[in-house]
Ligand binder design. Structure first.
Ligand SMILES: O=C1O[C@H](COP(=O)(O)O)[C@@H](O)[C@H](O)[C@H]1O
Length: 240
């Protein structure tokens, strides 16, 4: 296991540009090695600018052979693909409708959550022919320290024998779908994108505090290498 690496960018634009470059670099490296690139996208609002830069500046096959990119998701809300809260919808509008990706494997937020989670686990194991090993997992954090849909003190945090699960989040009154920490930690590369002052306290606790990981689930992300934290100056404001 290596230490997390923190890269501070001036603002969200700088962060998004650097994240897009990292995405393209990792994709080309994976395609050069195995002939394909398997990535899990983050939802929420922070990665949108990165996805838009990928679609506008890196759409050309000379930058990236998108047909070899296979797109998974780190988490999904309990809504259909057209809903404004859908992580798939955001990624589709910002990126996936604009580049010719090899495949898109979304979590089916419109189905009963246990069924959707089982289907996603099947999707992962079929694609990888066994335990998933994504080339890149992109993540964000919430100001409560959640990542993907691993929320503080929720059942999914204790799961060590599944790759994707439904996760009841009592404080939101809903059940989310999420990759588990073991699925994330099995990835070759994991990158967090974090922007804004509202994330500063959580980021400090995750990277420098000694709180229980169950209260700050992003602490459970400990892949063999990294993770890389790409943060803006506002989010990094409380780091030592
Ligand atoms: O609910 C979610 O929150 C996190 C952070 O979202 P952001 O809007 O603050 O960027 C996100 O990473 C996750 O995918 C999403 O479902």
């Amino acid at each position: 296991m290596t230490n997390p690496e923190v890269r501070v960018h001036e603002d969200i634009e700088g962060l998004a540009e650097a994240a897009a470059r990292l995405f393209v670099r990792e994709a080309n490296e994976a395609i050069g090695g195995s002939g394909r690139f398997a990535v899990a996208l983050a939802g929420g609002s922070t990665p949108k600018a990165t996805y838009e830069i990928l679609a506008s500046r890196y759409a050309s096959p000379s930058d990236l052979d998108w047909s070899k990119a296979h797109v998974f998701f780190g988490d999904e809300r309990a809504v259909g693909p057209d809903h404004e809260d859908s992580n798939y919808r955001m990624a589709h509008e910002a990126l996936l409708s604009r580049v010719p990706v090899g495949s898109v494997r979304r979590m089916r937020g419109e189905l009963p959550p246990p069924e959707a989670a089982s289907l996603y686990e099947e999707e992962l194991t079929t694609f990888f022919g066994g335990p998933p090993r994504l080339d890149l997992v992109m993540l964000g954090i919430g100001d409560d320290g959640h990542t993907a849909s691993l929320f503080p003190r929720t059942p999914a945090l204790d799961v060590d024998d599944r790759w994707a699960v439904e996760n009841p989040v009592r404080k939101l009154g809903t059940t989310r779908l999420t990759l588990t920490a073991p699925a994330i930690n099995a990835a070759k590369n994991v990158v967090f994108l974090v922007a804004g002052e509202g994330k500063a306290e959580a980021l400090r606790e995750i990277l420098e505090g000694d709180a229980d990981p169950r209260d700050y689930p992003a602490k459970l992300v400990r892949p063999a290498s990294g993770p890389v934290w790409m943060v803006d100056r506002a989010a990094a404001g409380l780091l030592s």
